[in-house]
Design a protein around this ligand. Structure first.
Ligand code: GLN
Length: 486
């Protein structure tokens, strides 16, 4: 087995025993990147020299004494998370040359534990998209089938994990952007509870929805990485003053006494039959592991997409106002007035999807329309929250598909943004309610495309997600299957 194929926990064991060094591990991952990155295109910026220095420092720290499990582990970071001294583009021309003067809290935490930053991975521009086809610097490919999307918006994060171009990665999820690419690339992804992980240093898309989380090769690694990044941060006023938990401990728990709710609305029209078969098989395995199944209803699910496409663009139109060509980012050099500078810089810097969101959001917030759109959407949001409260009075965790369809062909939906929006039908509600959600691989389509099973639980119940996912993973035994690349 190549070192790049290791999981975090396997690599950590070998590092602890002294069988490998972080420099060897990191070097091997870079050779893997050299071998296949031309095909996959997961990275926007590689961080070669600094990564090797970090690996050396991690090896020294291990020689000096006890270290955290992430010490010396090479990770890829979504390009929307600020990295001091390392370009952070958010997949946008407007930030093509932006080098943050500070680190996001998650980066500080990872560095303090000795993790190695391999580089910054591709994403839809400002995290707006579901196929990673909206990145200004090209579209990464699904490692399982190179002419298919790898999902979005954290497409590079998922593709890099699936292709062994990193041991694990960080992504962000506003309406499904961790879970959906994780599902399409056959990796594990967790969107933690809103407030569980600090968003300080995450370039904001929709502030009431955004959350950072791990993508990994297996459930144990997701638990390890979540352990490493979660916790209260005084620099993020939305971060929860919740005590840190050891999510690894959850792996020991069985499923007896656990009630798994099956939300009937998540198995409605439009659900691909192969996705349904794989997910239902996954649910059967949860029963084998001791769980009880209960049909539940989340009656307002169908309104989630409509509410999200008011709330998220409204917040984005406000958050993206800061990219004005004056303070940072792309600046047009021919403008003849301040307004002209704003107009030209933003016209040149933003791509079509971002412009579409800014227009929708500005319209929805404009005077006279606020009540009809934003307020209405907020009311729908409350109904969705109430649906979950009712469902979680009857069950501990919800099991469903992540995406109603497997990955589509690159370009196939280019002229139909609405059908792309609709593919988030099953992931958006968790963001609207702020609850944690997870994607865990549960099978493949007949053409070999991965299919994920989504688990959702009540606020701060990540441990329930992790134990459920781990029990499923143990019974499925598909985590060793790798895409045929290189
Ligand atoms: N696909 C959704 C969108 O385009 C969600 C994106 C995300 O979670 N960042 O907005």
């Amino acid at each position: 087995m190549k070192l790049s194929q290791l999981t975090i926990h396997e690599a950590s064991d070998l590092l602890t025993k002294g069988d490998i060094s972080s420099v060897e591990l990191t070097t091997d991952v870079f050779s893997r990147i050299d071998q296949i990155e031309d095909q996959v295109k997961a990275y926007i910026t590689q961080n070669r020299e600094p990564a090797l220095q970090q690996a050396e420092a991690a090896d020294q720290a291990r020689r000096d004494g006890e270290v955290a499990p992430l010490c010396g582990i090479p990770l890829a970071i979504k390009d929307v998370i600020c990295t001091k001294g390392l370009t952070t583009t958010a997949g946008s021309r407007i930030l093509e040359n932006f080098t943050p003067p500070y680190d996001a809290t998650v980066m500080e935490k990872l560095q303090a534990q000795g993790a190695v930053c391999l580089g910054k991975v591709s994403m839809d521009e400002f995290a707006m998209g579901s196929g990673n086809e909206n990145c200004a610097f090209g579209t990464p490919k699904n490692p399982w089938s190179l002419d298919h999307i790898c999902g979005g918006s954290s497409g590079g994060s998922a593709a890099a994990v699936a292709a062994d171009e990193c041991l694990a990665s960080l992504g962000s999820d506003t309406g499904g952007s961790i879970r959906q690419p994780a599902s399409h690339c056959g990796v594990v992804g967790i969107k933690p509870t809103y407030g569980r992980v600090s968003r300080f240093g995450l370039l904001a898309f929709a502030s009431s929805l955004d959350q950072i989380g791990p993508l990994s090769k297996d459930v144990t690694d997701a638990a390890l990485l979540l352990n490493g990044i979660c916790g209260h941060d005084p620099r993020d006023s939305t971060s929860a003053a919740q005590k840190s938990e050891d999510y690894l401990a959850a792996l020991q728990d069985g499923l007896s006494g656990l009630t798994v709710g099956i939300p009937q609305e998540y198995f409605g029209p439009g659900l691909n039959s192969e996705v349904e078969t794989a997910v239902r098989h996954g649910i059967d395995l949860l029963v084998e592991a001791g769980a009880t199944i209960k049909e539940v209803s989340l009656p307002h699910t169908e309104y989630g997409v409509a509410a999200y496409y008011i709330i998220a663009p409204a917040e984005a139109s406000s958050n993206l106002a800061r990219y004005d060509g004056v303070r940072y980012g792309h600046r047009n050099s021919d403008a003849d007035s301040l307004i002209d500078l704003y107009r030209r810089s933003r016209s040149e810097g933003f791509g079509d999807e971002v412009k579409r969101r800014i227009l929708i959001g500005t319209y929805a917030l404009s005077s006279g329309y606020y009540d009809a759109y934003y307020k209405k959407a907020s009311q729908v949001r409350t109904l969705i929250v109430n649906d979950y409260t009712e469902a979680f009075s009857q069950c501990d965790v919800l099991a469903s598909p992540v995406s109603p369809i497997p990955a589509w062909k690159i370009g196939e939906k280019a002229s139909d943004p609405l059908s792309v929006y609709l593919s988030d039908l099953l992931t958006i509600p968790a963001n609207l309610a702020g609850i944690p959600g997870m994607s865990v691989p549960c099978g493949f389509s007949s053409t070999g495309l991965p299919i994920g099973l989504q688990l959702q639980a009540g606020h701060f119940q990540e441990a329930t997600l992790i134990k459920t996912a781990y029990n499923l993973e143990q019974r499925l035994e598909i985590t060793n299957k790798k895409p045929a690349l290189g």
